[in-house]
Design a protein around this ligand. Structure first.
Ligand code: GCO
Ligand code: MG
Length: 405
């Protein structure tokens, strides 16, 4: 007889930053973990899961992963959107975890088995000025990284997205009752950044993969200009050049530059990826497993992308918990057009709360061979670090008007 779901629990924990976790328990005593973290809007997803999905899941057969996905997606009527899709994603990841544990297989085996030995990772290097940034890149290379995202300060601005003045890792979410306000000046950025990335390329030589994130700030014209100016720096990708709403503008940008483009960390479904993929307006799709409906749905996005030679480079900053990172790695090991995984790394306390089978070595990640996703949570330790309000920053132009962060 089929196993049934007997408990669905939501944990909100803050070991240095907030994470929302879903724990599904079955009558046979199997537990599966999912990640429902939506940076700066954590409690909305916690409530969606606790108040609306948990009661629907009790009594269901945990083996019916796809049917549960369909039930929750089609059954909400109010489809898509980050809150809904993150909640569904958490359920999906937890059910794949259970399926792996029940069958004694790591999830990548259930997805068809490994198509590669390991997954290329990229990490973040930040520096306020060029010497600091070059030093930061050097440190990452010494840790084995072959791909690095470089973000630099901009003269005239007090702070900039992606850069900490101290040279330590950048954590965008700030604790407190309201968001930090960052200043922004597109002209200063556009004057400065091409020179920085070109100098980095001269300094590091041809092999290191260099990435840069424009974080949704440019107009199509500015994006096209930046793309052209960055061609000598031979980037692996230029990310999020324009805000995500107007995808048609990518046709214009594409017409003017061959710089590889990556977009999609804020997308939640295959429908938002469709135009960019089928018109080959991007080279890399950035959707991540926790915000885009779980393994089942990211796999659909990957399949569509594969038809159009678009590859996956999923989002993986500090707000993607080690559970979601593990899920992404299982998919990555079993998916032909998976190119690279963002890996910002975690504070030591996060590694204590999340005991994970996945591992990093020599610039690459591997999901490990534990049954399921292979990430277990120390619930006692997690409970000692309760939720704290935290927000992503907002940005204002120099005249005080709001712009995209
Ligand atoms: C990235 C992202 C992050 C986001 C953050 C928002 O490419 O890693 O842009 O830095 O800003 O994840 O929650
Ligand atoms: Mg980004």
């Amino acid at each position: 007889t089929a196993d049934t779901i007997t408990a669905v629990d939501v944990l909100v924990t803050s070991p240095g930053r907030n994470f929302v976790l879903l724990k599904i328990t079955t009558a046979d005593g199997v537990t599966g973990w999912g990640d429902a973290t939506l940076n700066g809007r954590e409690l909305a997803v916690a409530s969606y899961l606790r108040d609306h999905l948990a009661p629907l899941l009790i009594g269901r057969d945990p083996a019916r992963v796809e049917d549960t996905w369909q039930y929750l997606y089609r059954g909400s009527y109010w489809r898509r959107g980050p809150v809904t899709m993150t909640a569904i994603g958490a359920v999906d990841i937890a059910l794949w975890d259970i399926k792996g544990k029940t069958t004694g297989q790591p999830v990548y085996q259930l997805l068809g088995g490994a198509v590669r030995d390991r997954i290329l990772a990229y990490t973040h290097a930040t520096g306020w000025d060029l010497p600091q940034l070059l030093e930061s890149i050097e440190v990452r290379r010494e840790h084995g990284f072959r791909a690095v995202r470089a973000q630099s300060g901009v003269p005239g601005l007090e702070m900039v997205y992606g850069v900490s003045r101290s040279g330590t890792g950048y954590e965008p979410a700030g604790r407190g009752a309201a968001p930090v306000e960052e200043p922004w000046d597109t002209d200063a950025y556009l004057r400065h950044i091409p020179r920085v990335l070109t100098r980095i390329r001269e300094h590091v030589g041809p092999e290191l993969k260099l990435l840069h994130d424009a974080h949704h700030r440019l107009t199509p014209g500015e994006a096209a200009r930046l793309g052209r100016a960055l061609e000598p720096a031979d980037l692996f990708w230029l990310e999020d050049v324009t805000p995500a709403e107007n995808q048609e503008v990518l046709r214009h940008i594409r017409h003017h530059t061959t710089v590889p483009l990556a977009i999609g960390e804020v997308f939640n479904t295959v429908w938002e990826c469709q135009t960019l993929i089928t018109e080959q307006l991007i080279d890399f799709i950035r959707t991540c497993v926790s915000h885009a409906g779980g393994i089942s749905h990211l796999r659909r996005i990957a399949t569509l992308a594969d038809l159009w030679q678009v590859r996956l480079g999923p989002h993986g900053p500090s707000d993607i918990s080690p559970v979601a990172l593990g899920a992404s790695l299982h998919l990555g090991l079993a998916t032909p057009n998976f190119a690279i995984q963002e890996y910002m790394g975690y504070e030591p306390l996060v590694h204590e709360v999340f005991r994970h089978a996945w591992s990093y070595a020599d610039g690459h990640l591997h999901p490990g061979d534990a049954p399921g996703i292979g990430v277990e949570i120390d619930e006692e330790l997690a409970a000692r670090h309760p939720y704290e309000p935290a927000y992503l920053p907002v940005a204002r132009r120099l005249d005080g008007s709001m712009t995209d962060w």
